[in-house]
Design a protein around this ligand. Structure first.
Ligand code: GLA
Length: 414
């Protein structure tokens, strides 16, 4: 109730006070994809690892599948020089940022950087409040393509958040380089209502993801998840309700993929119960994130992936669902105690159908397509087993789904 009231106030405020961002940038026609340093390395990042990761993204084929960004998260900063220009930590980045950016670009990839709308970042490093124009220029001069802009240390009210993100968006606009702006205030102030208007291309919708399936209790409000630790299902339950707000150049961001982390000790994703997931659960995360047209940010060590992780991350058919140019986020059309069903229309008239078993037991689930308004689809390709089945006249799909598994079908006319 409280949240609804504050959402109404935000909408009224946006209508009256904030003009649509002067030159709306069309920078992200499909959800961004790549490797993000945070869950695996935490603050302990080093240019050597980042170069190796870029190499591994190419060698593994992930770059060519669309994972074409390296996103540097928190921990890179070394303070400011005498002219107040931000500098990287010389121990971690001995060759400097420009050299690293050039290296990643030469691999045919793009690269992102991280800062925060307060004096210090979440990790306690130098951030951009009061230096937005100068920092955006620095990032642009280094050649960055993307900025993740965090919100630790900033006041809790939504007006300040809107204004601080708008300031950074304008600074990017004036920096001389196109950079995607990723808003990271964890969904606490309904950024899906204002993120695009202030010049962002994506916005986190939830608290930080942990490497676990479920936090163990239903929450009324996303903000409770900060303390409990958000698992895949917790995040799904928030992000799935926001399908109306996603589309080309403006995406809901339900946070990084934890696929392949297996509860890595010492990683930020391992605290608050992040002891790891099963491969079935990781496969579900990939499926659900693709159905929700989510940004796909790999965080496991792609230099050393096992076969299961590789199979999950390199599923071309799933990636095509995520990257479909129509840019629709699936609607969750069924959500009961035992299963959930997702429907995502695709640009060529096909439809992606997701069936998630949230229960603890294997279930046989029957989906009546006509009840979902899906008619005239005669074939269904299972995007994990790759088997195509004929949909019989009754228009039903009946399938055995393991506990926490998600089946995904591409429904086609012929
Ligand atoms: C916040 C963000 C994370 C990560 C850390 C870095 O918690 O939500 O994604 O960027 O800060 O300190």
């Amino acid at each position: 109730m409280k949240k609804n009231l504050s959402n109404l106030l935000i909408i009224a405020y946006l209508l009256c006070s904030i003009p649509l961002f002067a030159q709306k940038k069309e920078l992200s026609p499909t959800p961004p994809m790549g490797f993000m340093t945070w869950n695996y390395f935490g603050l302990n990042i080093h240019e050597k690892d980042i170069r190796e990761l870029a190499d591994a993204m190419v060698e593994s084929g992930l770059r060519d599948l669309g994972f074409n960004y390296i996103f540097i998260d928190d921990g890179w900063q070394g303070g400011r020089d005498r002219k107040n220009n931000m500098i990287p930590d010389p121990q971690k980045f001995p060759s400097g940022m420009k050299a690293l950016v050039d290296y990643v670009h030469a691999k045919g990839m793009k690269i992102g950087i991280y800062s925060d709308a307060a004096p210090l970042t979440c990790g306690g490093y130098t951030a951009s409040l009061g230096f937005e124009a100068q920092d955006a220029k620095t990032f642009a001069d280094w050649g960055f393509d993307y900025l993740k802009y965090d919100y630790c240390g900033a006041p809790p009210d939504w007006k300040t958040a809107i204004s601080r993100y708008e300031t950074m968006a304008k600074a990017i606009e004036n920096s001389g380089r196109n950079m995607v702006l990723s808003i990271c205030e964890w969904g606490d102030r309904s950024p899906w209502l204002w993120g695009e208007k202030v010049g962002g291309q994506l916005w986190r919708t939830t608290a930080d993801i942990r490497d676990k399936w479920y936090g163990g209790q239903k929450v009324e409000d996303n903000r409770q998840l900060h303390g409990i630790g958000a698992g895949i299902l917790d995040i799904l339950n928030i992000n799935a309700e926001l399908s109306a707000y996603a589309g080309p150049h403006h995406w809901n961001d339900p946070d990084m993929l934890v696929v392949g982390l297996y509860g890595k000790k010492g990683a930020p994703s391992s605290d608050l119960g992040g002891h790891g997931c099963t491969d079935t659960e990781y496969q579900s995360q990939m499926s659900l994130w693709c159905l929700m047209a989510a940004p796909l940010m790999i965080t496991c060590d792609v230099r050393n992936m096992n076969e299961a992780t590789r199979t999950i991350l390199t599923n071309k058919d799933m990636i095509a669902i995520d990257q479909d140019p129509l840019g629709k986020q699936a609607e969750r059309v069924v959500n009961n105690e035992s299963w959930q069903i997702f429907v995502k229309p695709l640009s060529n008239g096909d439809v992606a159908l997701g069936i998630l078993n949230v229960s603890d037991k294997t279930q046989t689930i029957t989906v009546d397509l006509s009840q979902l308004g899906i008619t005239n689809k005669h074939k269904a390709k299972d995007l994990w087993s790759k088997k195509t089945i004929n949909i019989k006249k009754q228009g039903k799909i009946k399938v055995k789904v393991a506990s926490h598994e998600t089946k995904v079908y591409r429904l086609m006319d012929r």
